[in-house]
Design a binder for this molecule. Structure first.
Ligand code: IVH
Length: 669
């Protein structure tokens, strides 16, 4: 055997042993023998650099130090999942799926692993890239670090994998590794990790892959994406992936009824405690990829999946003080300052009290023993008070009547729980938060200005509101500490660059209450430019799909303010885009103008969301239920019998998928 052949043979054997040990947990040779083979391979590779292969088992050691991570765009965005803590909402999800599909379906039940999500790309059976979730659109390229994770195959086994595909999953630090790591850190006087999730994501972001290798991370995969997947079912694809060497949890099951789904949930609510890694719920996914496509997506998450999260732990601790925070829109939030307590792996010292009503409801007194829970949000909340433990009655907590920062009397709108500080133009935390929102990535994307810089610029009086950003000069920075020439140049360049941001994001950046990114997009498309929007009546706003009275009133109120109008004018003069781009407008037509269209059934060419978008792009309105004023029903296969009957009764026309596409391709004249 030539050295070259021996290298190939050793690589094959070592890949196999890695898989046996880290994926199947059943090694067939001792660690000692494994190390001997690895050392032999390393020696041969050193002597034959022409045989270098980034997928070789020796590359897991990851000796090269990377400097920062490259940002990589995800080919398919990494969405999150809608989640719930209630079984009745799981039942609602199931019913919704059943109603929308109107045909048999299977639900794949999986554990929800609590680590750091990752997307792996394989080309010709080799791992070529590993990217973190990041903001869902782009993430960090952490390939060198991920290669050190022994359960991630560098080279696939077997056959049948697509030439190129992505597989997504969770990088985890097993409990045992986590505990040992914290013991070692404690001894070394280093900060402890609060939970395995933080430890896993912290480890993944280390600049030194060899240290990552020592941390013994693990990876479970649960989602395959690509053009030529082996099967039409999600579960079947995972089973194929298992054959190729991936670690797929053997707890995954296909269910055919809601009862089976509940049985799975109940079983793992306890059984999960015995698992070697952290889990925080169950994920339910519609199994068929065709049905998934039909159900489509909301702006943030798929309609074909949902996460059921296990009830968070509860802890009892003492309330020491209530402080108040003022947010971007002036809402004042009471915050409980607590004796530090451990809660599902993290140390909690502060918790939200939401609003005055909650303080009243619990009749809170300083010194009370209160229950803290982690709900769906990141910030824990107070869920009760142990009145039996009330030995000495401390001072009763009373919601403040004046803004804690500027002293303005607070107001409370009819029917709302929140108190506001109405001093929009003069209350520092509101102004700072508005600037932070304005420069944020989803808005004007002036990334070089983080919260600290905003604080600095504001506190030194360099900027008093967002419009001042566009008048910034290099001299303005002379008296500021901490900012070097390069940072200043970058900052000014980023401000200038932001003039290219499209209208819908400028609109979002203005920070109108209730106008999030999606609503801003709708308004921008519906009105085309800021003048039309500024002068729109309540009725005109409410005529836009999915814009209700609350949003419409907020928009009208915002533009009724002289100050806000003046701000728009200043921004316009600075060169910001206040009308929708020609290209976006041009792709719009009036083919469906004035029509109300119901979508029903299952489609072959596009998803429901795509059809919805097409209807809107062509001037129509998508409505949910059939009525006299429905113009027609875009009818796919298996349309619901109730809808069909109603359509016949009301004499509403059915338009097939193909007819509809033809309508849009060839406008009637
Ligand atoms: S599926 C489009 N399956 O939970 C759906 N996610 O909020 C893609 N997660 O970011 C996700 N276990 O990091 C899926 N079995 C599982 C999961 C899982 C954990 C994480 C994942 C995702 C988040 C969703």
């Amino acid at each position: 055997m030539t050295p070259q052949e021996r290298i190939l043979e050793l690589r094959r054997q070592l890949h196999e042993h890695n898989h046996n040990y880290y994926v199947l947990s059943s090694p067939t040779i001792s660690d000692f023998e494994f190390d001997a083979l690895l050392r032999e391979l390393q020696g041969l590779e050193d002597a034959h650099p022409e045989m270098y292969d980034p997928s070789s088992p020796t590359q897991r050691v990851g000796s090269d130090i990377s400097k920062g991570f490259k940002q990589v765009a995800h080919r398919y965005p990494m969405l999150s999942l809608g989640n719930t803590y209630s079984k009745s909402e799981v039942a609602d999800f199931y019913e919704r799926v059943k109603r929308s599909l109107n045909e048999d379906f299977e639900i794949c039940c999986e554990l929800k692993f609590d680590g750091s999500s990752i997307s792996l790309t394989y080309k010709d059976g080799k791992l070529v890239q590993a990217v973190t979730r990041g903001d869902g659109v782009q993430g960090d390229d952490v390939t060198a670090n991920v290669k050190t994770i022994r359960s991630v195959p560098l080279v696939l086994k077997g056959a049948g994998w697509p030439a190129e595909f992505e597989i997504r999953g969770e990088i985890l630090m097993p409990w045992k590794v986590f505990e040992d790591l914290n013991v070692a850190r404690e001894q070394a006087g280093e900060a402890l990790f609060a939970n395995p999730r933080n430890a896993a994501s912290g480890t993944l972001k280390l600049m030194d892959p060899s240290e990552v290798g020592r941390r013994k991370l693990d990876a479970y995969l649960y989602y395959m994406l690509g053009e030529e997947l082996p099967a039409e079912g999600h579960y079947e694809n995972l089973m194929a992936a298992r054959e190729w060497g991936f670690k797929i949890s053997d707890t995954t099951r296909k269910c055919h009824t809601l009862e089976e789904v509940f049985a799975f949930i109940d079983h793992f609510d306890t059984a999960r405690k015995e698992l070697p890694v952290a889990t925080d719920g169950i994920v339910l996914k519609v199994n068929s990829l065709r049905q998934q496509k039909n159900l489509g997506y909301t702006a943030k998450s798929p309609r074909w999946a949902i996460a059921y999260k296990f009830q968070a732990e509860r802890a009892l601790t003492r309330l020491n003080e209530v402080t108040y925070q003022v947010g971007r829109t002036g809402v004042v939030t009471p915050v409980a300052n607590l004796d530090a307590v451990q809660l599902s792996g993290t140390v909690v010292k502060r918790a939200s009290l939401h609003n005055a009503d909650i303080i009243e409801k619990f009749d809170l007194h300083i010194g009370d023993m209160v229950y803290v829970e982690k709900g769906g949000e990141i910030i824990p909340k107070i869920t009760g008070v142990d009145t039996d433990a009330r030995l000495l009655l401390g001072e009763k907590v009373r919601f403040i009547t004046k803004c804690p920062v500027c002293g303005t009397p607070l107001v409370r709108n009819e029917g709302e729980a929140a108190h506001y500080c109405p001093n929009e133009q003069g209350c520092a935390p509101q102004i700072r938060a508005r600037i932070e929102h304005f420069v944020s990535r989803e808005a004007m994307n002036i990334e070089t200005i983080g919260p600290e810089t905003v604080e600095l610029l504001y506190n030194y009086g360099v900027i008093k509101d967002i419009t001042d950003l566009y008048g910034l000069q290099e001299e303005d920075f002379l008296m500021l500490p901490r900012l070097g020439k390069r940072s200043i140049d970058n900052l000014l360049a980023a401000v200038k660059q932001s003039c290219e941001v499209p209208f819908e994001r400028v609109l979002f950046a203005l920070g109108i209450r209730y106008v999030g990114a999606t609503v801003a997009k709708r308004l921008a498309r519906a009105f085309g430019n800021i003048d039309a929007l500024m002068n729109a009546s309540l009725a005109a706003l409410m005529a836009v799909d999915e814009i209700g009275e609350r949003i419409a009133a907020s928009v009208v109120g915002f533009f009724a303010s002289e100050h806000n109008r003046a701000m728009v004018e200043k921004l316009r003069a600075a060169g910001l885009k206040f009308e929708i781009e020609e290209a976006v407008m041009q792709s719009r037509t009036d083919i469906l103008a004035g029509m109300s269209i119901v979508i029903s059934g299952v489609f072959a060419h596009h998803s429901r969301d795509e059809y919805k978008e097409m209807i809107e792009q062509n001037g129509g309105k998508n409505v949910g239920s059939v009525s006299k004023s429905t113009s027609f029903i875009l009818a796919g296969d298996n349309m619901g019998p109730a809808k069909l009957e109603k359509a016949q009764k009301l004499n509403v026309r059915l338009v097939s998928e193909d007819e509809f596409l033809q309508m849009l391709a060839a406008p009637a004249n």
